[in-house]
Design a protein around this ligand. Structure first.
Ligand SMILES: [Zn+2]
Length: 382
């Protein structure tokens, strides 16, 4: 057993993408993981960027496939959704049902798509229910798909739901998301140029001075305890600091991560970590995953962003050290993507650009090694 574990761990990694949303497209538009899709730059919500072929072409070996059932607040905050949910049965079903129940349907949809892909393509992709299983799948040259969840609202206020998700193989949860939830407060993450703003949408007030709730503390401690990675992307500044302090105080050493963000240095918006936070996250052994979204990578916004991605890697290294660098594209999360990083295939460009500046060992760390470490340290290790 020991020797097979050692051989699994010695095999090379490709890219581990810490944040992808194909399940949104499975659930909303019935897109298929095994089919081919177009990948224009900018926002093009109907396509599926994270399809199997694009992942394999880009050298991706594992994805955190993040489930997101829209919060009920969306319907109040974005009035056209009242009509949209009448037109789309799929959307109506997501918005009208309890989030914990729907989250399990998302997880079902991912497992079904992986099954279908295996039926069509053979033994090329598998769900990973544990860290070692992920490494075994990667070692066998297949794509590993991991469950993750975005927003503590999926628990519907019931901590027992956390254990249920954990038992289904959920490795990571982003605690706050688009609207404040039972666990804590979030920053506004809707781009300022979102066209629906002109129609009076996105008025939901956000209290940027509020942080974690008592229930949120219970939840985060439970996540540290059982070994589900705690992700603070989307939290307010006080929330993010409180969780990092909780990780420091916890008897088990658990990394805290930001799975998908730009950096405050190049794009000063509240969702992006500043230098002090980069250091604090690095201190917990955590990572910051850089995302493929023009609006959060740089201000003023521009279409091609690979230069900013490289500058962000350099800045992360300078401030937090090379163990803090990771990638979490947020592909298929209704984001506007850069022209030079528009699908997982473009990890080839990212890799090539990184190799001009860093050694192969460093590049492997940025694209997968550091992500692999936080999964090893934060997912179910007692
Ligand atoms: Zn997000």
């Amino acid at each position: 057993m020991a020797s097979s574990t050692a051989s699994v761990l010695s095999r090379p990694l490709g890219v581990i993408d810490l944040h992808t949303h194909p399940s949104l497209k499975f659930m909303l538009f019935d897109r298929k993981f095994w089919a081919k899709h177009i990948t224009p730059s900018g926002t093009f919500p109907l396509t599926l960027r994270t399809d199997f072929d694009a992942l394999i072409d880009g050298g991706v070996s594992a994805i955190l496939c993040t489930s997101y059932v829209l919060e009920k607040d969306w319907v109040e905050d974005v009035w056209p959704l009242k009509f949209a949910k009448k037109l789309s049965k799929r959307l109506g079903r997501i918005l009208d049902n309890p989030p914990d129940m729907m989250a399990h349907e998302y997880l079902d949809s991912i497992e079904r798509q992986v099954r279908e892909t295996r039926e069509k393509r053979g033994d090329v992709v598998e769900m990973a229910g544990s860290y070692l299983e992920m490494r075994r799948i990667i070692g066998e040259g297949k794509l590993a798909v991991l469950h993750a969840i975005e927003g503590a609202h999926h628990l519907n206020g019931d901590l027992d739901n956390l254990d249920r998700f954990f038992r289904r193989g959920v490795c990571q949860m982003i605690v706050p998301h688009m609207y404040p939830n039972e666990a804590g407060h979030c920053v506004n993450a809707i781009p300022t140029n979102q066209p629906l703003r002109k129609l009076g949408c996105f008025k939901e007030p956000f209290d940027v001075n509020a942080g974690i709730t008592e229930w949120g503390r219970e939840l985060v401690n439970r996540m540290f305890e059982i070994g589900m990675l705690v992700d603070i992307t989307h939290g307010t500044l006080p929330f993010r600091k409180q969780v990092i302090e909780m990780a420091r105080a916890h008897p088990k050493k658990r990394p805290v991560i930001v799975s998908h963000a730009g950096l405050y240095k190049f794009c000063p918006v509240p969702v992006n970590p500043n230098d002090e936070e980069i250091r604090m996250i690095a201190d917990t052994g955590g990572v910051i995953g850089l995302l493929a979204m023009t609006h959060w990578l740089v201000k003023p916004e521009k279409r091609s962003c690979l230069d900013i991605v490289l500058a962000s890697v350099e800045h992360l290294i300078n401030v937090g050290g090379e163990d803090v660098v990771a990638f979490g594209s947020d592909f298929d999360g209704f984001t506007g993507v850069p022209s030079d990083w528009r699908s997982p295939r473009d990890y080839n460009r990212v890799r090539e650009a990184l190799l001009k500046k860093y050694t192969a060992t460093q590049v492997e760390k940025f694209l997968s090694g550091n992500a692999d470490r936080v999964l090893r340290e934060g997912w179910a290790k007692s």
